[in-house]
Write a protein that binds this ligand. Sequence first.
Ligand code: GDP
Ligand code: MG
Length: 823
Amino acid sequence: MPSGSQCVIVRLSGHGGFRHRLMELGFVRGEKVRVIKNAPLRDPIEYEIMQSHVSLRRVEAQHIEVVPLTDEVADNYTFNGTLTEDAQRILGEHGKTVNVALVGNPNCGKTSFFNHATGMREKVGNYSGVTVDSKLGVFKYKDYTIRIFDLPGTYSLTDYTPEELYVREHIFNNHPDVVLNIVDASNLERNLFLTTQLIDMNVPMVMALNMYDELEKNNDTLDVEMLSKMLGFPIVPTVSSRGNGIEDVMKHIVDVYENLEANTKHIHINYGQDIEKSIDVLKDIIKQDADVDSEYPARYVAIKLLENDQTTLKSISNHAEIETLKKVAAEQRALLEKRYKEDAATVISGAKYGFIRGALAETYTIGKDRSKQRAYTVDNLITHKWLGFPILIFFLFFMFLMTFILGAYPQEWLEMFFGWLGNVTDKLMPDGMLKDLVVDGIIAGVGGVCSFLPNILILFFFISILEDTGYMARAAFIMDKLMHRMGLHGKSFIPYIIGFGCSVPAIMATRTLENKKDRILTIITVPFMSCSARLPVYLLLISALFTTSHGMLVTGVYKGLILTSIYLVGIVMAILTSLLMKKIAFKHNSDQFVMELPPYRIPTFRNAVIHMWDKSVQYLKKMGTVILLATIIIWALEYFPQHSPQIDRYTAQIERVEADTTLAQADREAQVAQLELDRSSVQTENSYLGRVGKVIAPVFRPLGFDWKMSVSLLTGFAAKEIVVSSMGVLYHADTEADENSSALKASIQAQTWTSGKLAGQKVFTPLVAYVFMIFILLYVPCVAAVSAVYKEAGGKWALFSVLFNTSLAWIVSFLIYQIGMLL
Ligand code: GDP
Ligand code: MG
């Protein structure tokens, strides 16, 4: 089109992602475009469309077919989304021609379909030609001209055979408006393999489920509608040898062509964490060249490069970064090969079959007579109706048990190490503020948190093993029904399990959920899964207050029940929240999507360690940054101001006792120690932290908390595990502050109210301790988790998470406390 001229858009070609981008810019059929000017080097070109100016590159503009308009016609032309009669007339035959490519396995009935649709008489039978060829048939359907290409049959779209290459080239060079994937319904698993490759290519699709008569004869059943929702394109049962269903297929082809099909969405096949990571790395490089990016879907090219597909490499040989791309692709392939001991192409096709198995497991049942012959597999056992749940519970129980049993040893060593480090530093550094900061602030604070690292690493190690074997996907599968009742998807189950370790990687794991609303719902509810950072608080309070006089075993069971009940409250709150949110914010039916059932693999230690590490990095980052900073801030708020008349009086008194030679050495030391403890207690109360705590204390009063507990809660926003060290400081259990510290336990047990209605009574009753634990479970997630929510779901949801969780915590705690007091 010369500069200044006007035209109407007839059709867009190119891959789905590209067409989608153009459509977002306003390039849709029937829209009027004016060419403003060609850039000096004739590229890009500036167009006016819908009153705005858009510049397109030549390679992009090539994919837009138009009819020119004379100025006179153009001035009277209007378009508001639907084609007026006027527009219809101008477009005329243009844009009413639909190019359809028949793609399918050999002998699935393509030629039969072709013959029935076109009324032609092509030879039906086994394709066995040496020449690879296609037949073109043209016919009218309603007022559309359908040009249908009968392509050679293929099982796959690699570049091994001339047929495969031919079909691929046809799709990329001729840009069919719709690809009609013909599938042999009596052999779904094998036929759908080709379908997964078409999905990667991101082409507009309709599926003809041919040989449907065979499927019925076998007494198999298939939920066609559900499968169609999962795959994201229309599926029509046909019997092409008799011509059944062909009319219906044509209707859907036209609908897809006109973008009128309701149930279309572009899905991604999930290739598992390692391959997806490699795909992302390659995609980023591919997208750097806009020419290649508009010609081929970047994801498809990335997958093909991982498969080491030479044809694809050749077709993008003009990519600006081709050498880097080759090098990185080779690196990624080597990496995958090393991990899986198989080439990447095999791993990818394994994942494709995993996708197919998952899709069929939910939609397809084999007829009674045939299913008897089916071999008994591990899969049948693990996903068994009755046995599935006990097996799942056993694995989870085993995982948590190992986490705490195995984790206890390194935890002890780390505690000893930090204790030692604190002592040494204490001796080496000169007295003063810096020493207080290092010893009481940094070493005590970060050390306390560090001691949980082993538990977290072990938990993630087990989670990685469950994922690597393929079990986690089955777990998600058997949980699907239950999760649906909560308004969630089976895939949410995995983030929930990770959430018991740490919310941060759990929130990131929601990326496998394709539907945005399911993702947000999961992200919002994940923090209710009690993360391992909250455990120290529970352990401290339970061991301090929930004791019985009935011996070890009874006490152990009692404590275990209390702890379990807290975890359960979290789970129940997650369920209630998601049901509530579903009612209020997300009134929609959850989208169907495929839950892959990837091949079972023997996990390797190495891979499990690598995956464990990937997940733990988030937690480690949080320790190095947020927790360190928070520790210093809290320390400072508690440390200053250093002087007040009352504190100074204590200091003077200490000096007096120290100078008093009439006292025995031991007496003197005991008195000094007591006075120092009293002084620091007064100092804390007078500190900035203490003052803030007293201001907010009335808010927590109806929950039975004193001001020290309120302050501890405030500090818990930085990281839940800090609550314990704050309590250590505030209740003056010496400097030692961890959940094993018997001094802190004793101090907590001894606390009494100094004023008010309850004066003289104990602060910590089992009821108060329980309410306090519930509050810690439910209230605002830690800074790191909130920032993860912010990154994954946006500021609105991060704010929601802060406000909602805190309000919920207050309300639930209030109810438990008040009801408990009445009883
Ligand atoms: P193509 O290789 O994909 O072109 O498949 P053809 O159209 O040549 O068909 C292969 C064989 O399957 C022929 O014998 C057809 O008669 C038969 N066939 C095609 N469609 C159906 C169908 O829907 N049901 C049944 N039972 N047979 C069919
Ligand atoms: Mg044929």
